[in-house]
Design a binder for this molecule. Sequence first.
Ligand code: GLA
Length: 683
Amino acid sequence: MRSPSPWPAIRGIAYGGDYTPEQWARETWDEDVALMREAGVDLVSVGIFAWALIEVEEGVFDFAWLDELLDLLHRNGIRVDLGTPTASPPAWFFARHPDARVVSRDGVVQGFGARGMASHSSPAYREAIVRIASALAERYADHPAVVLWHVHNEYGVPVGEDYSAQSAEAFRGWLRERHGSLDALNAAWGTAFWGQRYTDWEHVGVPAAAPSVVNPAQRLDFARFTDHQLRECFRAERDAIRRFASQPITTNFMANQAWVADLWAWGREVDVVSDDHYLWSADPEGEIGLAIAADLSRSVGGGKPWILMEHSTSAVNWQPRNVAKRPGEMARNSLAHLARGADAILFFQWRASRSGAEKFHSAMVPHAGTTSRVWREVVDLGAKLDRLDELQGTVVEADVAVLWDFESFWAQDLEWRPSDDLSHADRIRAFYERLWRDGITVDFALPGHDLSKYRLVVAPAQYLLRAADAANLTRYVEQGGTLVVSYFSGIVDEHDAVHAGGFGAPLAAALGVRVEEFLPLREGVRTSVAWRGDDTAPLAADAVFTADVWHEAIALEGAEVVARHLDGPGAGLPAVTRHAYGEGVGWYVATRLDAEGLRTVMDDVYADAGIAPTGHPDGLEVVTRRGDAADYVVAINHRDEPARLAASGLELLTGTEVVDAFDVAAGGVAVVRTTREPRGGGR
Ligand code: GLA
């Protein structure tokens, strides 16, 4: 059950953060390494924004400070994740290559003075990134401190789409390759509409701001192109490093916080997935978004352990209101990532910056120094992680897959959809949250993946669905799977064209329904849905739920009606249906149900799928990592009172032998090594 370590040079769970000593005087470095040792830090990310300090002018390198730094870290037993600084080209680069500047959708040329890469399609930028990545790799490939390479920083943010002339040129080249001919492009983009037909490749451009809504198929292709260009930049650096160095190479993703990069494709390019995650202060239950990000990071890496490359010790500085973490919350967050497969727990950043745009961001060493609560908790977390080293390489298994398809998100979030309330993020969160509250661990998957190992597949937002992927889902049901599909799914093909046969047509066989018409609701309107009710039978009060946002006119093609609208534009029409198809069952949820309504649907769905939800026993979020000989039950107490975990084994954080039950402290976490039981999952 163990996955071989992607970074064999580190044993156990790695701990540390982004380290920017270039912002500090030399004496501070000595204090830093002493404090790192005190906190148990054994991995730091270095050099990520230091291009101007390494390549001081084009082709002229100053490695002296980096040599000294890496040697110092090595002497102190601290390993290095060496960054390539290409997310922040120096002033001299833009001065020499003004054409490499990014242009926004509304035509504004982006200035210098912040950070953010140059145009992903600029030949000068491409040449420069290979030069700096090669120079670093050549110099440090054999440095004993370097255990990992960190290419760039968060591709897609702040620079994703680029509307510059060179981007337009590259877009045309990409389109030629993708579509082959202008006729094929005209057909794919449906350019007969509004007379957009192209007669010359040179007339095809980027989907810049225009008087009205720009062709959605063109925009979807531009999103694909952007992702492709960014990935090419990554590959160029990765391959340059690989010519010299053998350590694993990663780049930090932002699973569930940005949707510019198709992380399924990126997951195949990196040696190990790494992810940055920040709580959204406005969300009082940020732990659910955290769990989504962690499960997605694990899933795009094919289930292998991954690196939590960044999170925060306390508040961030870039949200409207940056809420500080409460005592204990930092460790809870870190261990929640670990529970879902992270083998390294790192922060942005080691020492709080005194200058610049991020000086109000929390850090491991805050401005208040080492007499602070944050520092004490940082030291305590280091000690905790030391006790969890044996979890390294253990894996997380799931019986349920939630579909997550970046292309579908790109297409769905364009303008002029039937309702502004059709948010893919909202549906993913609603269904994921239900599963999370029911204590069910999930993987994320693409609709084209082999889904046969899952008892249940949930499609909360599959607006774009290729015919072949719909066939895969249909086969999944036919062969005994349980599939739940939420509204506004299976609407368009890969060109954002409505499927022949109408809305949802490619899933009609599996779901036993066809959607005749969308009936979106006005903002704020709430309607009632009767569970298993009909026009005549009296309903129990607890069998009526509220719905909002969306109704639709459904034609039944074999499905049974499980819930009906009592009022609103869909009054009398099906709101939830169930269809026995082949060996399996296809469920369709045609409205946005309230939490109780969704719970009721999912309870029946679990019964069909043979899943027994555990919920959060005594309020504990429980996730299991599985090893060769033992399971590790991680129980996270999000409440302000102690909670009782039913388990037997060794609680690793306290060293307590547990017989039958363990009291998890208020706001605390327990990790119990239990004897491995044979697993009953799968279908
Ligand atoms: C991102 C970046 C970091 C830093 C943090 C602040 O994740 O990668 O450099 O800006 O945000 O939260």
